[in-house]
Every structure is written in C-alpha cells, then in structure tokens.
Design a protein around this ligand. Structure first.
Ligand code: ATP
Length: 912
C-alpha cells in the first residue's frame, strides 16, 4: 500500500478537503510524521524490473558459437575415447564460463551502483521549511515544490500553480504540454483532463507550483499502468559491438578454413582421422579470439567506475568512447567554471555606489559608503534593496553552527543574505505573496505580487539589468523618491560592475491596485520604478582553471556559453584562461547571423554571452559542421535539444533539471568543469585500453594459428598439441588480457591531440603490428622447437619448450603493449601495476605447474624443462621484446609530424 484509502476523489475535491483527508497542511509534514508515513506506506519507488537469475546468467555463458564448437569437439574426442582431451576441453569450457560469469556480475554491479548515484531529488516542505530530499522518501501528505525541468515525484493535488505546464506523454501519449491549475475538475474526467493534478513521472515543461502528495510508489497512476519501467541496459558501445561482429565473422571464417585444412590433411596428406581432428580443433581454438568480448566488457565497466570516481556518471555507455575523442567543450559558466557561491559585494542606486562586506552566506556584514557604514536613515533606498531581495526570492538560508548554506538558487541565497545585512528579516514576515512569474532563462527576470501588512499590493521584480531597465519608466533617488530614469548612466554603471567579473542584477518595484490578485507578464512591462543594481561575485573554481589548461594542452578548445552579461563573461573567461576571452558574441548578435556566418566565426570565438538555450543548439550544429566532436553542458529544461544534439551531452547533477539529465550522456555529480576534463581523460584511457586489449590479443591468436597451420602444411610434427593450445588460449591469454583492462592512464594521454572523428579501430598500424608480432611468434616457437629436436630432446620436451616460449612471448608482449604511445623501458613502465604483476605471477605459477607437476604433466603431455633451456626461452622473449620496442620507437619518431597533421583539431581548423 502506498496511499491512504481514497475517501475523496482527489482531482474533484477542493484543496481544503484534500488536505483534511490526508491529514496534511500547507506548511508540510513534520519530520516525525513523515518518518511514520514512510514506515507505513513504504518508499516512493516503482517495483523493480526483474533481473536475470544467477543460474540463467551462468547458462548464458555457454550460448556462444565457440563453446558449441568446443562441446562438439568434446563429444567427438569422447567418441574416439581420448578421455584426457575430453576432460581438458570440458574443464576449459567450464573455467571460461566461470570467468565470464564473475566478470559479467562485476560489470552489472558497477552499472547498478551508477544508477543509484542518479537517484532523483525532490523539494518538499518539512517542518515548514524547504528541504531537498531523495524522491524515494516522499510520502502522502508531503507538500512538494514543482519547478520547470523537474519531474513530478509522486501523484500530487495542486495547491498553487503559476504558468504550470506538464508534459504527460508517458501517461497519455500526448506530447504537447498541458496547462495545470488548482481548480477541481469533474469526478469523471479522464487522466488527460485532470488539470488539478500533477502525476508522478511527468515532466514540468514550464512554470512553477506546489501541491500535496496523494499517492506514492506503486499506487501512483504510472505505478498502476506500468510497474516495470526500467529496462536493463547491456554493457556495450559501438566499438565493442564492432568487435563482437568482427569476432563472430572471424569465427565463421576460421571454421571454413579449418574445414579446408581438414580436407587437405585427410585426402592429400593421408593423416589419421583422430590426429587430424585434434589438430583442426587446435587451430579453431587458436584462431578465434574467444576471450576478447569478455575482456572488452570488463574494460568498459572499469572505465565507467573510474569516471564515477571522478564525479562523471555515464548515462549512455557509448559516451565513454565519444568523450575520448572530444575536440570542443562548450560549457556553462555559473557553477561549472565558477563556484556558484555568490555574494553581493556592490550596490548601485540613486547617486551612490555602496560596498557590502561579509563572508559567504552568513548574514554578518555591513553596507559601506567609502570607509563608513551607511546609515539607513540617510539612505532609505537601501531598505528597498532589502525588500525586493527578500521577497522576490524562492531560496532559503539554512544555518548549521557557523556554517550557512542555501536551499535553492545560490544567487537568491546571496540576496537573502544581503537583505538580512540591511534589515531584520522579521520586518518582512507580514508580507504575503499572492502571485508570481517564476524566473525563466528565456525572459530573464522574476516577478512577485505581494500584499503589505496594510493590505496594499506591490510588484517586485529582479532580473538581467538590460531586461529590467527596459521595463522601467522611473528610478528611485537616494532619498527614496521616484525620479526620471537616466538610461545612459545606468548602462555605464552596468558595464563598470560587469567589467570586474561581477554578475549584475537589477531590482525594481511598483505599486499595484490593492484588489489585484494575480500577476501576468503585462503587469510588469513599462511602469516599473528601478531600485538599483546589485553586483555579485562568484569566484572561478581553482580546479577549473587547471582543467582548462589541461584541455588546451590536449588540443581541446573550451568555449563558455552563458546567460550572463558580456562584460562579466569576458572578465571570468580571462580569469579562467580561455584562449580568446575578449571576443564575445552575444545572443542578439548571434541571432542576426545565418548558419554559414555563424559557422565562420564559431571556431575563433570562445565566449558567448546573454545566450538563450536555443542558441546552444545552433552553436553545436555550427561546430559539428567543422567535423568537430562537441561536448556541451546544460542544466535547464530548454537545454535538452542541444544536449541531445551534442556528441556528448553533459548535465549538471546538482543544479541540473531532470529534463536535462534525461537528455544527457553524462551527468556531473559535482557540476564541476574539472570533472569534464577528468571524464575526457578517462574516455581516452578506456579507448586506449580497448585498443591495447585488441592489439595484444589478435597477434597472440594469429601467431598460434600460423604455427599450427605451417606445421600442418609442411607436414611437420606439431610443435604444440591441441590441448596445449586450449590451455594457452583460454586460460593464459584471458588472464593476461584482463590485466590490460586495468591499465592506468598513460602519462602523455592529455598531451596528445584528440582522436579523429570516426577513426577506425583496426588501423593499418594495427594490422602491421599483428603481422609483425605473429611472424615473430612463429619464428620463435619453431626456432625453439627445432633447437630442442636438434639437441636430441624427446618430442614431448620439445613441445613443452615451445608452449613455454609462447607464454613467455605473451608476457613480454604484454609489457610492450602497456605503453603504445611511449617507451616501455622506463622504471615506471617496468614496475607496472599490481594487477599486471598479479596476473603475471598467477600465470607463471600455473605454467610451472603444467611443466613440472607430474599430474599436470600427464594431462598436458609435458616434460620438465632443464634449467638452461628455461633460461634460453626467457632470453628469446627478451630478444623479441627488444625487436618490437625498437620498431615502435622508429615508428613513433616518424609518426609524430604525420599524426598532428591528420587531426581535425580546432587549432588546425583555424589555420585552414
Ligand atoms: P550560465 O548560463 O553560465 O549558467 P547564467 O546563470 O547567468 O549563466 P541564466 O540562468 O540563463 O544564465 O541567467 C541569465 C540571466 O538571468 C542572469 O545573468 C541573471 O541576470 C538573470 N537571472 C538568473 N537567475 C535569476 C533569478 N532567479 N531571478 C531573476 N533573474 C535571474
């Protein structure tokens, strides 16, 4: 049960009746009542989609073409009474399934943890105060505050609604937002017509309101019709899918080749059937990169976790790849580049400019004129500043000991603090709000209608200064009396405050007819009286300055797109270290341009000021027309289209709306620009690691395959048996390959230019690497085998040495691959990571057992290798390493100029 028994039809009952039925009040529940209700109604969450059972997940590991081939081989070997082979094949199949099962479980856990981090929040009234709580804790009777861009957390009967419009598509299929008001509707009204209700899961497209929760969790309308909303996302990206496809295609190709070889061996070379059969099974196992998909999945899961640790939460997995190739980041200013800890420091009104002292949101500080504290009696206009600041405001200040924090918009919090520094808050307690126009980035102001204690009506407005000035016809003088508006003087004062990097806001007011009961946009146009300007500081984040520098080194251009004033934006851009801070394009100028003109200036302009959300969409499109990979941040409901259009849409986790989060690929838990740079670094690391896993796996497979095919074609004895191949490929290769998934970021990762858009994974360079390394594998294995035979060793011992050579080569190759962009011969590179050494140690021990432990010697048909021959094998590995490392160094020297030239980096675009 998630709702009280409905004694009333919520949408048809009056507000008071609803509140009474729910035993609730407009001031909200007390904390203790809320806790009791949470106990009896349960959390506000929809029933979870069923996850696959462990058994089914385990069985799914066997649903794979290669496993079928192996099981078929096991059946045939059993039929031929090769019991040891059957046993080994089955053991390997089961071991492989267990490894896959454990890895997949870890990956799923990682994704679950990420989903937890994205749990939505709601604003409710508890004990009469605004609180932000997990939506799961909302209970029937709670008063919830509804704001544009948020999702309605539960079914709510509205008590207040101003311009409230909800998108109810998930319930009604109707995509056009519908108007909501508080008046009751007919009991028989269908869901789409219940305008007095806001339903759980619907999106607030515009306006604001508040209401009382009537049902939560499974008892809501959405809970009733769906139950199972969340779908299980699989852990994959385009690249990984591409590799899966490649692996499948390779499997089929290998099976065809194997069939041909089988025919050749049987009909041309007249080999006995069961020997030949074991050889072709060996080839199939050697050639198919069966461990690859599992290792790639784990690489992605580790990348997702690494990003989450850096406060970047991946919502859509493909973003991991895209982030690594980002060449332009378009970012908001407030809260992302700056700290969003605002404080009013300047007031300008009448003939004076005052300075405000204090620290943070604590209401301790004073208003000063020159060196002395300003006296309210001499400066009555200051009281007007306090009144507009306090009343045209939706935020709340909260005190924790000496610490003050804000619930709501930090800028509004700073205005509350200002009001408290000027006059006691109790002065305004008797004023009652009767109407409001909420702030919207499209109109850039907020207005309220209040009744004063004597019953007179007042309109208070705050907003972007140009906007508010355009609504004013007069100004207050220092004496508090209205006088003619001096527009030119105000323009100068705005520029002067903005040039210091302060955010400027204008405050205005006017008297309204006493009987006025609602506020519309027409009421605030033209007749307002300007109170003055407020200048707020919002210092840049130190980490953001460092992150911008890091991005510039990584060939990524950072652009600031802000709703703020051009002067403020340029000043902050300079402090943050953007490349071109003084060339500012305003939203108004942008609107005058057609797409071609915009595309021409967009590369060299780094600061866009006074923009609206729809400008963001045009900017992304213009940047993408230059083949740039664009990351774009956003927080508001109107930012959703730009976030969707961007290659990587990034939403703010704290101040971002639900709408922005849903449209995004990545959510920043801390709203911090530095986390974007960290995500890009992790994105590049994941891409590198995927590349490393592939570059390591493919040559290993190719080398083994070539060895057997060459032996077969030349009619030589096999240097490695099929069972040994199984061991190498399914146990050593997978274990060592996993180590690469854990590789840390290479030191020069953020000093390289971004990867080209659409750069294929299987590049010519990679193909060359596969050819080179597999040829070396072939030469080394045959060389060691021939040497052993020549020395008079038994064939079993010669094969054992060949197997050990392969494993040693794999390990040396692993250390080589760890540094594809630099040298592998530094102490740091050799020291490696804990994971690398754990994997190498595990494989070394296993390899010693296979070589020297009698029971395993029986299974794998191996013999103890004499010490000097063992040393020789390691030496062969060292020579192999020296050859490929030298080849890499030569390649790196020649590649540098060529690579930089192939980048579509903004710097180069500008040159072009
Ligand atoms: P950014 O886009 O970098 O986050 P921003 O916060 O300035 O910058 P918007 O939220 O679009 O961008 O705000 C645009 C302008 O509207 C602000 O510069 C300010 O002048 C005004 N403004 C912002 N919030 C409010 C508010 N709550 N009430 C009144 N005016 C506001």
């Amino acid at each position: 049960m998630h709702a009280p028994a409905p004694t009333v039809v919520w949408h048809a009952a009056g507000e008071e009746a609803v509140l009474e039925a729910l035993d609730a009040s407009r001031e909200g529940l007390s904390a203790s009542a809320a806790a009791e209700r949470l106990d009896s109604f349960g959390p506000n969450a929809l029933p979870k989609a069923e996850t696959r059972s462990a058994l089914r997940r385990f069985l799914a590991q066997f649903n794979n073409l290669l496993i079928y081939v192996l099981l078929g081989a096991a059946a045939l070997t059993a039929a031929l009474a090769h019991w040891v082979d059957t046993g080994v094949i089955l053991a390997v199949v089961v071991a492989n399934a267990i490894i896959g099962f454990i890895q997949e479980g870890r990956a799923e856990q990682a994704m679950d943890a990420i989903r937890q981090m994205l749990a939505p929040k709601s604003s409710v009234l508890r004990d009469g105060e605004r609180r932000s709580i997990d939506s799961a804790l909302v209970v029937p009777g709670d008063i919830v505050l509804l704001e544009a861009g948020e999702k309605v957390p539960a079914d709510v009967r509205l008590l207040e609604a101003s311009g409230l419009r909800l998108e109810e598509a998930i319930l009604t299929g109707e995509s056009v937002p519908v108007d909501k008001r508080t008046a009751a509707v007919a009991p028989a009204a269908p869901i789409g017509d219940r305008s007095s209700m806001a339903f759980s899961g619907t999106l607030i497209a515009a306006g604001a309101g508040r209401g009382v929760v009537v049902a939560t969790g499974g008892a809501t309308e959405i809970g009733r019709i769906s139950g199972l909303l969340s779908t299980v996302e699989t852990l994959t990206t385009p690249l990984v899918r591409q590799m899966d496809g490649f692996a499948r295609w390779l499997t089929i190709l290998v099976l065809l080749i194997v069939a041909v070889l089988f025919a050749y061996g049987y009909f041309v070379q007249h080999m006995p059937f069961d020997d030949l059969f074991m050889i072709v099974v060996g080839i199939a196992v050697a050639a198919i990169p069966e461990g690859l998909p599992a290792v790639l999945t784990i690489t992605l899961a580790i990348g997702v976790q690494a990003m989450a640790r850096r406060n970047a939460i991946i919502r859509r997995l493909p973003a991991i790849e895209t982030l690594g190739s980002v060449s332009v980041i378009c970012t908001d200013k407030t809260g992302t580049l700056t700290r969003n800890e605002m404080m009013v420091t300047t007031l300008a009104g009448g003939a004076h400019t005052w300075a405000v002292t204090g620290v943070g949101y604590a209401p301790d500080g004073e208003v000063r004129l020159g060196e002395a504290e300003a006296d309210l009696a001499d400066h009555p206009v200051l009281l007007e500043f306090a009144r507009v600041s306090e009343l045209c405001n939706d935020a709340a200040l909260r005190r924790h000991g000496d610490d003050w924090t804000v619930e709501g918009d930090p800028m509004e919090g700073a205005l509350k603090t200002l009001a408290a520094k000027i006059a006691p808050v109790s002065d305004f307690a008797a004023w009652r709000r009767v109407g409001a126009i909420p702030f919207d980035a499209a109109h850039r102001y907020m207005a309220v209608l209040h009744k004063d204690p004597e019953g007179r009506a007042w309109i208070f407005v705050k907003g972007a200064p140009e906007r508010v000035l355009s609504m004013c016809s007069a100004q207050l003088g220092s004496d508090g009396r209205a006088e003619a508006l001096d527009q030119a003087a105000w323009d100068g004062r705005i520029e002067a405050i903005a040039a210091q990097g302060q955010r400027v806001l204008a405050l205005a007011r006017r008297e309204a007819p006493d009987d006025q009961a609602a506020l519309t946009a027409a009421d605030v146009e033209g007749e307002l009286v300007l109170v003055g300007l407020v200048g707020l500081i919002d210092p840049p984040r130190a980490e953001a300055i460092a992150a911008v520098a890091e991005c510039r080194e990584a060939g990524i251009r950072v652009k600031m797109i802000t709703g703020d004033h051009a002067g403020t934006a340029a000043a902050i851009a300079r402090q943050i270290g953007l490349e071109n801070p003084d060339r500012v394009l305003t939203g108004a100028a942008l609107e005058q341009m057609d797409d071609a003109q915009l595309a021409a200036v967009v590369i060299e302009t780094d600061v866009f000021a006074r923009t609206s959300p729809e400008h963001k969409l045009r900017l992304v499109t213009a940047l993408q027309s230059h083949q740039l990979t664009v990351a774009m941040t956003g927080d508001g409901v109107n930012d959703a289209p730009a976030l969707k259009r961007a290659d990587a849409g990034i939403a703010m986790g704290q101040k971002g709306s639900e709408a922005a989060k849903e449209a995004s690929d990545l959510v920043l838990a801390d709203d911090n620009f530095a986390s974007i740079a960290a995500a890009v670094r992790e994105g590049r690391t994941v891409y590198d690691n995927i590349k490393k896993v592939i570059s390591w796996t493919l040559p290993t497979n190719a080398g083994e395959t070539l060895t057997i095919i060459v032996a077969l074609l030349l009619g030589l004895a096999l240097p490695i048996t099929a069972v040994q191949i199984l061991w190498i490929n399914l146990i050593t290769a997978v274990t060592l390959g996993i180590a690469l998934a854990f590789e840390p970021t290479e030191p020069n990762t953020m000093k390289r230019p971004p990867r080209r858009r659409g750069e294929p994974l299987l590049t010519g360079e990679l193909v060359w690497h596969v050819v080179l390394v597999s040829t070396l594998f072939l030469a080394a294995v045959f060389g060691v085998y021939a040497y052993a035979v020549d020395k008079g060793h038994a064939p079993e011992l010669a094969r054992t040495m060949a197997v050990n050579t392969l494993v040693v080569l794999e390990i040396f190759h692993l250390f080589f691959i760890r540094n594809i962009y630099g040298t592998s011969l530094t102490w740091k590179a050799v020291k490696g990571t804990r994971v690398i050494w754990l994997c190498v140690a595990a494989i070394t021990v296993a390899q010693f057992l296979v070589t020297y432990a009698p029971p395993l010697q029986q299974v794998f048909d191996t013999r103890a290798v004499p010490l000097m021959d063992g040393v020789l094998i390691v030496a062969v590995g060292a020579v192999f390493f020296a050859i490929i490392e030298t080849e890499k160094q030569i390649r790196l020297v020649f590649r540098k100029p060529a690579r930089a030239g192939s980048q579509a980096s903004p710097a180069r675009m500008a040159e072009a």
